[in-house]
Write a protein that binds this ligand. Structure first.
Ligand SMILES: [Zn+2]
Length: 318
């Protein structure tokens, strides 16, 4: 039995793609956001594989599994954990890597060296160091935990081969081994009563939700004036062009009518949860107010305030 909560939705990722496209090429944050996007996308692929294996576990009590737990430890420190499993018996922090090739783990300096045939070796940050940092950050965020915390590095790429220079500092396993490992943790004694674990799960979800709802412009400290105006393609990041009565992406060679709505709705993830039509038009001046209003109402946004100061906000479902 698996309960899945927070993870990056498709709309979150396409909004970040559009935000990236709105940044001019010379912007100092451009390459940083590009790397964030790349991490999120490769991470998503590895994590989806992990989910399929977790379905094999028979959990004694329904757990909460958070995908991509991301939270602010303090002003200059953000931690990102691929998967967090919270049960009444334990907490498991999982780091997922999806890298192919021959993988060598060096301890001094802590580094991961990947070698592919006929390619020079490539160094990556050590995932064990990342687990150390995540464990430390998680314990700082939730100092009074009664549950034992376990950590694991899970390798999602089935073709990789490994070479360890010393004993790994955290549990390491390939994906196939994960269900057995979690099944063993299920043998641990019950620690928290049901209502206590629910409170804790809620506390942990709230931490990451709060961070994920911070609009991109605030999260990456970028002013509206620094962004390019216009509609962009989330696939190739080029500007969409008006063509007869619709829009096209000339690079992807597709009609882009549905990308108009995506561009409009992404403005909320970029600038904030409450926007007026004129604020949206500052970024998308070529789209008329009526067309924007129609998209917002269709997407479940509701108007607030009087005629002179009308703003739109997503209606809460359920
Ligand atoms: Zn395109």
């Amino acid at each position: 039995m698996i309960a899945i909560y927070i993870h990056h939705t498709t709309s979150f990722i396409s909004a970040l793609e559009i935000f990236y496209a709105q940044l001019p090429h010379y912007h100092p944050q451009k390459s940083y956001i590009e790397s964030q996007l790349k991490n999120i996308k490769t991470g998503e692929r590895g994590e989806s594989k992990v989910f399929r294996y977790l379905e094999e576990v028979s959990f004694k009590e329904p757990p909460i599994i958070l995908r991509n737990f991301i939270a602010q430890v303090h002003v200059r420190r953000v931690i990102q954990i691929d998967l967090v499993i919270i049960t009444r018996r334990y907490i498991l922090l999982i780091e997922v890597k999806n890298i192919a090739g021959h993988i060598k783990f060096n301890s001094v300096p802590a580094q991961l060296i990947r070698t592919l045939p006929e390619t020079p070796p490539q160094a990556f940050d050590c995932p064990f160091t990342q687990l150390d940092r995540n464990l430390n950050g998680f314990s700082t965020l939730f100092p009074d935990l009664q549950l034992p915390i376990y950590t694991a590095l899970v390798w999602a790429n089935a073709s990789a081969t490994f070479d360890f220079s010393s004993q790994p500092p955290h549990t390491f396993m390939t994906l196939k081994r994960l269900p057995l490992f979690v099944q063993q943790l299920e043998q641990l004694p019950l620690v928290l009563p049901d209502n206590e674990v629910q409170k804790l799960q809620q506390k942990i979800i709230t931490k990451t939700q709060f961070f994920q709802e911070v609009p991109f412009s605030k999260r990456y400290k970028i002013e509206r004036a620094e962004l390019l105006e216009g509609l962009f393609c989330p696939t190739c990041h080029s500007a969409l062009k008006r063509f007869v009565r619709t829009w096209v992406c000339k690079v992807c060679n597709v009609k882009a009518h549905e990308l108009i709505a995506l561009n409009i709705l992404s403005q909320f993830a970029i600038h904030g949860p409450v926007l007026s039509i004129s604020e949206i038009r500052k970024q998308l001046p070529e789209i008329g107010a009526d067309a924007i209003r129609k998209v917002l109402l269709q997407a479940g946004y509701a108007a607030e305030g009087n005629t002179n100061a009308r703003v739109y906000r997503k209606k809460i479902e359920g």
